[in-house]
Ligand binder design. Structure first.
Ligand code: SAH
Ligand code: SF4
Length: 347
């Protein structure tokens, strides 16, 4: 069976043509799939029954069905555990910021990158998601809440740049005017630093915001917590970032999860300021989230404030990120880790 919702309108037009149907059917079908977000061919009311049956014999429609849902009693943040067509699970988090709804979606089932502080990284890797499965997370959340989502962050489970082709296809589909129509400027892609793919992304000249999970100012600390650093060290990564900013004119965000006694000293703050000097960037500080089976402790609030003051004094734009949904453990990977214990690679 083929995945119909991952096709672009041009590809769908070609497929419809191959089935000897008139071209206008492609637009009708595309609308049902993308604008209306239907989950079965029988819901395509303006498509004759024989065509719906034919489509159903060749294609399937990707869905993300709600397996579990947690709602924060502090701020209404909703965390979903979605089930995919093959029984795999991924997580998404829906947040209500003042300027609209933002969804954090997953791009893979699990992750290969093995960052030591990350629940997803601890659970191993199963497979990458298709573009349609990324879309389906957004569509289900919209339908479940009768809302329109205005911003997307690729910060759920998985490393987006380790699933480059499907993520690029997703970006094109989600921003298409005939589809969900969410502009690239409203999308943030977060990566642990797969440098060659950062260069590829730069050459696509998209308007997406790039967010880099840096979490350390030097190789000594970063290699302890993020194995990708052994392949693409801090200076190599930051060089790519500078080029990205120059080429796209887009400001880069650096994520920095503060771990007590590991990466939160004054020296780290000075070193980070020095490394980022002159770059059009922004640092997001957050206390590291607790993860079952991981011994890291979060830095205290005072430490975050002092660290941010050093960055600020040295000319680096910095914010301490508001944590939403703290009671429902809105950091991705945790819900699945607790729900599907057999998915853990570690006993
Ligand atoms: N793989 C991508 C995107 C998914 S992870 C990446 O690493 O950027 C999304 C974000 O959550 C990343 O910034 C990641 O470093 C961060 N993260 C993972 N585990 C965390 C934890 N325990 N506490 C705080 N942030 C965490
Ligand atoms: Fe993968 Fe990102 Fe988690 Fe690292 S932080 S293991 S790259 S999901």
């Amino acid at each position: 069976m083929k995945d119909i919702k991952s096709l672009t309108l041009d590809e769908l037009t070609q497929a419809v043509n191959d089935l000897e149907m008139p071209a206008y059917r492609a637009e009708q079908i595309y609308k049902w799939l993308h604008e209306k977000g239907i989950s079965s061919f029988d819901e395509m009311l303006n498509i004759p029954k024989n065509i719906r049956t034919l489509l159903g014999d060749i294609y399937y429609i990707s869905v993300a069905s709600i397996e579990k849902k947690l709602i924060s009693c502090y701020d209404g943040t909703i965390k979903y555990l979605f089930k995919l067509y093959d029984g795999e699970f991924v997580e998404s988090v829906l947040m209500d910021y003042h300027h609209g709804y933002t969804i954090c979606i997953s791009t893979q089932v699990g992750c290969k990158m093995g960052c030591t502080f990350c629940a997803t990284g601890k659970s191993g890797f199963s497979r990458s998601l298709n573009a349609s499965e990324m879309l389906a997370q957004i569509q289900t959340a919209q339908q479940d809440n009768h809302i329109r989502i205005s911003n997307i962050v690729l910060m759920g489970m998985g490393e987006p740049l380790d699933n480059y082709d499907n993520v690029l296809r997703f970006l094109r589909l989600v921003s298409a005017t005939q589809g969900l129509n969410i502009g690239m400027r409203h999308i943030t892609l977060s990566t642990c630093g797969v440098v060659p793919r950062i260069y590829d992304l730069m050459n696509e000249s998209l308007q997406v915001t790039l967010s880099i999970s840096l979490h350390a100012p030097n190789d000594h600390i970063r290699s302890q917590t993020m194995p990708i650093n052994n392949k693409y060290p801090v200076d190599t990564l930051l060089n790519a970032c500078r080029k990205y900013v120059d080429k796209t004119g887009r400001r880069i965000t650096f994520e920095y999860a503060m771990i007590d006694g590991i990466n939160d000293s004054d020296d780290c703050a000075y070193e980070l300021s020095h490394k980022l000097k002159g770059m059009n960037c922004h640092v997001n500080l957050i206390p590291v989230n607790d993860v079952n089976g991981v011994n890291y402790r979060k830095s205290n609030k005072q430490r975050l404030i002092e660290f941010s003051k050093i960055l600020d004094k040295n000319g680096i734009t910095v914010t301490i990120r508001r944590t939403l949904g703290s009671d429902i453990d809105a950091s991705c990977g945790q819900l699945k880790r607790n729900y599907v214990p057999q998915a853990d690679s570690e006993a």
